[in-house]
Design a protein around this ligand. Structure first.
Ligand SMILES: Nc1ncnc2c1ncn2[C@@H]1O[C@H](COP(=O)(O)OP(=O)(O)OP(=O)(O)O)[C@@H](O)[C@H]1O
Length: 227
């Protein structure tokens, strides 16, 4: 369901240049994006078009050359790095291409760890309920190398949602999965986004999962176009 509430993520007139030796590469040209609670947006586009750059800017991992970034009600554009890190831990959940789970932590401890990082008291029951909801209750004591690729991504989804962030950012979450597992994983992200009314942006090359999102943008010539 798409709502008209204040956007959870608002990027306004974002530009990004990279300096490559003597050359300046203009990757994003005055591009804007707004994603509201309960809205799942996908960004597609050719390799090198700037998808990861845009996602990194949205997650405050990378600063734009110009433009404004707002997360929920907060303008983070000029926020000091320390405050930005704190805000990111509390307001943004990330899902990466290859899960990026910590090898020596069990499934349950992956979630405990990020709640501690965010200094967010979370009951064991809350952690178990989310893992159960994502079909992982039989995997609580397993380590990442004992899980299938799809299970690892489901743990990554749980980890992204456990701190109750306003915004979920997913960078190619299906890249390491076959098409059936990929579709299941994105369906789970969509289900969570809609159930708990979070905003989510997913970068993907996988056009087979686009039926699961609310809005698709193509990035072309440094700008986003709604399709
Ligand atoms: N730190 C950097 N320094 C210089 N150029 C960079 C840097 N990071 C990215 N680029 C360039 O910026 C452009 C956009 O890169 P980006 O990774 O955002 O694209 P992408 O759309 O995510 O690509 P892909 O689909 O291949 O992952 C590319 O031409 C890339 O080479």
């Amino acid at each position: 369901m798409v709502t008209t509430l204040k956007p959870s993520l608002a990027l306004t007139d974002i530009t990004k240049y990279y300096q490559d030796g003597p050359n300046r590469i203009e990757v994003l040209k005055s591009t804007s994006l707004a994603v509201g609670p309960g809205e799942f947006a996908a960004i597609i586009g050719p390799s090198g078009a700037g998808k990861s750059t845009l996602l990194s800017i949205a997650g405050t991992l990378l600063s734009p050359s110009s433009g404004k970034i707002e997360l929920a009600d907060t303008d983070v554009t000029t926020m000091p790095a320390k405050d930005r890190t704190k805000l990111r831990l509390q307001k943004v959940g990330f899902i990466f291409q290859n899960s990026e789970l910590i090898p020596y932590l069990t499934v349950k401890d992956q979630l405990k760890y990020v709640t501690k990082l965010a200094k967010r008291p979370t009951s064991e029951a809350e952690i178990l309920a989310l893992l159960n909801h994502l079909g992982l209750s039989h995997r609580l004591k397993n380590f990442p190398n004992q899980l299938s690729g799809g299970e690892r991504q489901r743990v990554a989804i749980a980890r992204a949602f456990i701190n109750n962030p306003d915004l979920i950012l997913a960078d190619e979450p299906t890249a390491s999965l076959d098409s059936k597992r990929g579709h299941e994983v994105v369906a789970m992200i969509a289900q969570e986004v809609h159930e708990v009314q979070k905003a989510a942006v997913m970068v993907t090359h996988d056009e087979r999962v686009l039926d699961l999102v609310d809005q698709v943008y193509r990035i072309e010539d440094g700008q986003l176009k709604k399709i």
